[in-house]
Write a protein that binds this ligand. Structure first.
Ligand SMILES: NC(=O)C1=CN([C@@H]2O[C@H](COP(=O)(O)OP(=O)(O)OC[C@H]3O[C@@H](n4cnc5c(N)ncnc54)[C@H](OP(=O)(O)O)[C@@H]3O)[C@@H](O)[C@H]2O)C=CC1
Ligand SMILES: N[C@@H](CC(=O)OP(=O)(O)O)C(=O)O
Length: 372
């Protein structure tokens, strides 16, 4: 029976992966091994059947006996363990949520509803490294894949509204703490319907700039504000998150000549769903209805939302999509610039299609390929 190791399964992305695998009966047909960098020897997760105590995730001799390694542990772990394993001659499949190996020549970025043919070809060609994409890029492609598929994109901008979860569990907690303190700061005034809104506003601003306001992880208030900077600086003036939009999209699609994609990535006070306002210069004028039809038919999870206030509020928000695999696309319309300029808005759960789901599906594809 095929042997599959799971590393990083108890982290935020890993927990979502475990939930999805349990929901899809995904632990059948192979022998799982669960490992941890800090809890070796402790009990493994509940997967509905007995599992061995946790292995040491740094035990490369043990890992070298695996057919497939699935990791959601992060780039630091990948950079340490992956080269050690390969230098030992390990020739198994490495399926990874972290960014460390994404742009490597011998890796494929996986998003099978969009690039299944490329994945299948890579398996046939002997590629062994299959890496999940950046959450913003994967969600954009789940939404807009049809436009690329139909060669309709001359260039694209993506202005993002990214949730706290993208920066990790501690940041999500910090956002909630910030919200709580803001709520408490004006509690007495809020209880009085006659209180002046500018007094409430002053209390909130005072709380946000107060010494006790929790900003250890974000550096500044996110609740009641936003942060137009995600990840590190690049020489181009972009942030790394903005750079990934171009680099990863073109790699996922394996474009012959790179399609220009750029934008500004912004952290907002949503919990776990990213949103994006997209503008596209089309390669030709195509009627909006036709475009909406194409977008909606691209995969089983994308759904178009009518361009009305009622539908937008009900279906096209982080609150509406969080915890679901649905990727709504709405506000689809032509722009004032001319008939070849299209805009739309999309939202999606960045822990599901943005992180865990492409990894879960790639594991199934690899198992199927190996006949497991
Ligand atoms: N967050 C995101 O949106 C995305 C993240 N990714 C990638 O996935 C990687 C992991 O991200 P994320 O899941 O957010 O990381 P987490 O910090 O939630 O988890 C990473 C590891 O931390 C250890 N850990 C220590 N304390 C705890 C605790 N109290 N609860 C759970 N785990 C704990 C666990 O390893 P151990 O058992 O070994 O101690 C765990 O596997 C990232 O580095 C990134 O590369 C990819 C796409 C999106
Ligand atoms: N950078 C993303 C989350 C993430 O982990 O991205 P990547 O997998 O590319 O490092 C965000 O902040 O929303």
């Amino acid at each position: 029976m095929l042997k599959v190791a799971f590393i990083g399964w108890r982290g935020m992305v890993g927990s979502v992966l475990m939930d999805r695998m349990r929901a899809e009966n995904g632990f059948e047909g192979f022998e799982p091994l669960f490992a941890s960098t800090s809890q070796a020897g402790q009990a493994g997760p509940d997967i509905g059947k007995p599992v061995s105590p946790l292995a040491d995730a740094h035990d490369t001799d043990l890992l070298a006996g695996m057919d497939i390694i699935v990791t959601c542990q992060g780039s630091g772990y990948t950079q340490k363990v992956y080269p050690e394993l390969r230098s030992k001659g390990w020739n198994g499949y490495w399926i990874d949520a972290a960014s460390a190996l994404r742009m490597a020549d011998d890796s494929i970025i996986v998003l099978d509803p969009v690039n299944r043919k490329i994945i299948d070809q890579a398996l046939a060609d002997g590629v062994k490294n299959f890496i999940g994409g950046n959450c913003t890029v994967s969600l954009m492609l789940m939404a807009a894949g049809a436009l690329f598929e139909n060669n309709l994109v001359e260039w694209m901008t993506s202005m993002t509204y990214q949730a706290a979860s993208g920066s990790g569990a501690k940041n999500m907690r910090e956002l909630v703490s910030q919200m709580k303190i803001i709520g408490q700061s004006a509690q007495d005034l809020m209880a009085d319907p006659a209180s002046a809104i500018l007094d409430i506003d002053r209390r909130v601003l005072d709380a946000m700039s107060g010494e006790d306001f929790p900003v250890e992880h974000f550096g500044v208030p996110l609740a009641g504000s936003l942060i137009p900077w995600i990840d590190s600086a690049m020489e181009s003036g972009q942030t790394k998150e903005e750079w990934k939009g171009f680099a990863e999209t073109n790699k996922i699609l394996q474009t012959d000549s790179p399609i220009p994609i750029d934008g500004i990535c912004v952290r907002i006070g949503a919990m776990r769903s990213h949103s994006q306002a997209i503008a596209v210069k089309l390669t030709r004028d195509v009627p909006v209805d036709e475009i909406a039809g194409m977008i909606g038919a691209a995969n089983d999870w994308v759904e178009t939302v009518p361009n009305t206030k009622q539908d937008t509020l009900a279906r096209l928000t982080p609150a509406a999509v969080s915890g679901t695999l649905s990727v709504p696309v709405g506000r689809i319309r032509k722009m004032n610039m001319g008939p070849e300029y299209l805009s739309f808005f999309t939202a999606g759960d960045q822990l599901l299609w943005g992180a865990a789901e492409p990894i879960r599906r790639m594991l199934n594809i690899a198992l199927e390929y190996l006949g497991g």
